[in-house]
Design a protein. Structure first.
Length: 273
C-alpha cells in the first residue's frame, strides 16, 4: 500500500513482484536469491510475518527504507515525495558476495590483472549503460530482451588498467545461473519483452521466463506479475493498494509493454529448468 507522505512506489512495485512470486514458490525461494544478503533476508522475515498479518508488508518495507537511507541517503530518500530509481533498489537487494561469474583479463601492456565486475555478474541486474548501447546498437533505440542478453555477454567491456592506464577489453561470462534476471529499459534504449530468454552458462544453454514487469510514468512505479498458471496480475500501491487485479490469461509482449498509460521500466525473468 502506497505511502502518500513519504513516497514509496519504487519499493511497492518491486516488493509486490517479489511478494507475489514468493507466495507461489515459498520463502526458501526468496532467501535463496541471495542467501548472504542481509537486506533481502530482512524482506524475507517481513514476508513470513505478513502471511499472518498483512500490515507487515508495509512495516517490512519501512524497516528496509530505514536501513537503506543510512547506507545511501541520496539513492534512497526516506522522507517526502522524492522517489527512488528502482534499479538502485534491485542492485542492493539482489547483490551476491560471490556473484555469478567472472570478469577479468591480463593487461596487454603490463600484464597486470584487470578486473571489472558488471552488475549482471554480481547481482543478476542488467542495467543499461548508454555509452555501451551506442557502441553495440548504434542505430537501434529498441532491441529485444534476447538481443540484449546475447550482446551483453558477447561484448567485452573496455576498462582502464589500474597499473598503466591502457584500455583493456574485459570479457565476462556466467559460471552459475542467476535465479532472477532484472533488465532495465529506458526511453531511447528500450528492451522489448520476450516470453523467454536464453544464455550459455558454463557451456550449457539456460532459459529464463518473464514473470514480472515494472512500469514507470507520471513519477510513479506500478507492476505486473505472472502466477504459476500463467495469468498476469496488476498492482498499483495507490489504486489497488494491498490487492492485485487479475488481467490477461496469456503472454502478449506488446500488451505487457504498457500498463495504464505507463511504460515498462524493468523486466523480471526467472530461471526455469
Ligand atoms: Zn597495464
Amino acid at each position: 500500500m502506497w505511502d502518500a507522505v513519504d513516497h514509496s512506489c519504487g519499493f511497492d512495485a518491486f516488493l509486490s513482484v517479489l511478494w507475489n512470486l514468493t507466495s507461489d514458490r515459498g520463502l526458501p525461494w526468496l532467501s535463496a536469491l541471495s542467501p548472504d544478503n542481509d537486506l533481502l533476508q530482512s524482506v524475507s522475515a517481513a514476508f513470513l510475518l505478513a502471511h499472518h498479518a498483512p500490515e507487515y508488508l508495509e512495516i517490512g518495507r519501512d524497516a528496509l527504507r530505514d536501513k537503506l537511507v543510512v547506507i545511501d541517503p541520496n539513492a534512497f530518500p526516506r522522507r517526502g515525495t522524492t522517489g527512488i530509481v528502482l534499479t538502485e533498489l534491485v542492485r542492493v537487494l539482489l547483490r551476491r558476495p560471490h556473484g555469478f561469474g567472472s570478469a577479468m583479463t591480463h593487461c596487454g601492456t603490463c600484464s597486470n590483472l584487470v578486473r571489472h565486475v558488471p552488475d549482471l555478474i554480481s547481482t543478476g541486474l542488467w542495467p543499461i549503460d548508454p555509452f555501451w548501447w551506442r557502441t553495440v546498437f548504434p542505430q537501434s533505440p529498441s532491441v529485444s530482451a534476447q538481443e540484449f542478453v546475447t550482446a551483453s555477454l558477447d561484448t567485452p567491456l573496455s576498462v582502464p588498467c589500474s597499473a598503466c592506464g591502457t584500455q583493456c577489453a574485459v570479457s565476462h561470462e556466467l559460471t552459475s545461473v542467476p535465479p532472477l534476471l532484472v533488465m532495465e529499459s529506458l526511453p531511447g534504449t528500450t528492451i522489448t519483452p520476450c516470453e523467454t530468454v536464453t544464455a550459455v552458462v558454463s557451456g550449457v544453454s539456460v532459459c529464463w521466463r518473464l514473470v514480472g514487469v515494472i512500469y514507470f510514468g507520471w513519477r510513479h512505479y506500478t507492476s505486473r506479475f505472472m502466477d504459476q498458471q500463467g495469468l498476469f496480475w496488476y498492482h498499483d500501491g495507490v489504486t489497488t493498494a494491498r490487492y492485485c487485479i487479475r488481467e490477461s490469461t496469456s503472454y502478449n509482449g506488446a500488451w505487457l509493454s504498457n500498463a495504464r498509460s505507463r511504460t515498462h521500466s524493468h523486466l523480471v525473468y526467472e530461471h526455469i529448468d
